[in-house]
Design a protein around this ligand. Sequence first.
Ligand SMILES: [Zn+2]
Length: 270
Amino acid sequence: MEQDQTDAMTVIDESAVYDAEGEPSGLEELDEAQIRVDLAAAFRLAARFDLHESVANHFSAAVSPDGKRFLCNPKWRHFSLVRASELILLDADDPSTMERPDAPDPSAWCIHGAIHQRIPTARAVLHCHPPYAAALIGLTDPTIPPLDQATARFWGRTVYDSEMGGPPDDPAEGVRVAEAIEGHSVMMMGNHGVTVVGESVAHAFEELYFLERACRTTVLALSTGRPLRPMDDDLADSVARMWTRFTDQSVAHFAEQKTLLDRDDPSYRD
Ligand SMILES: [Zn+2]
């Protein structure tokens, strides 16, 4: 089972962040109020899907065309309680950020600040430690094999990082993570967690949702002890590319999930 992560990844990622003329897309000034609501919804949904861990982990979304001004969750706020109005607005170029009275979690600043400072197309950045992904990233081989459509979504387009260089609140580690994920949208961070990047909160959330499902399927399949029967490389490539035609599904799914949130507790919009 061979795969060329970089080549396949380049094709898929370009379709996500560049338009038909090859120009970066999604870099226009965006509606901060709408991004606040969407990012708050992503926190609530992450809690519903058990993607969160304690009051740690962090999601962010850019609000400026250069990507450097971004929203992030307040330090140690439980994901299930996040409201749109309390998301903190940060500037990746502001070296005094951690001196603010409402400074974010240090690792949030190191990872998200470094990514937003370097990658303007990273409009939404979701970092967490979901349980099935956390299990896989502790294995010698953390690869997600193309067992079904959800697992094949990540075939040939995932960064498998095994170079964790220090604690996540070390600025050097944040820079290393940012450099490793540049040009990609999914990163399995060995001995740490996962980071996904998207052109919008909806797209990034869909990536995270399917990533944890793919990891769950992989862990469950491995747990049977029976030999795996992954797709051959050509089929896996074609299924991975199929997903690039389904970007509208990400938007629709996120809208439906917000409807479910609205039915049960719309306070994330506050
Ligand atoms: Zn982390």
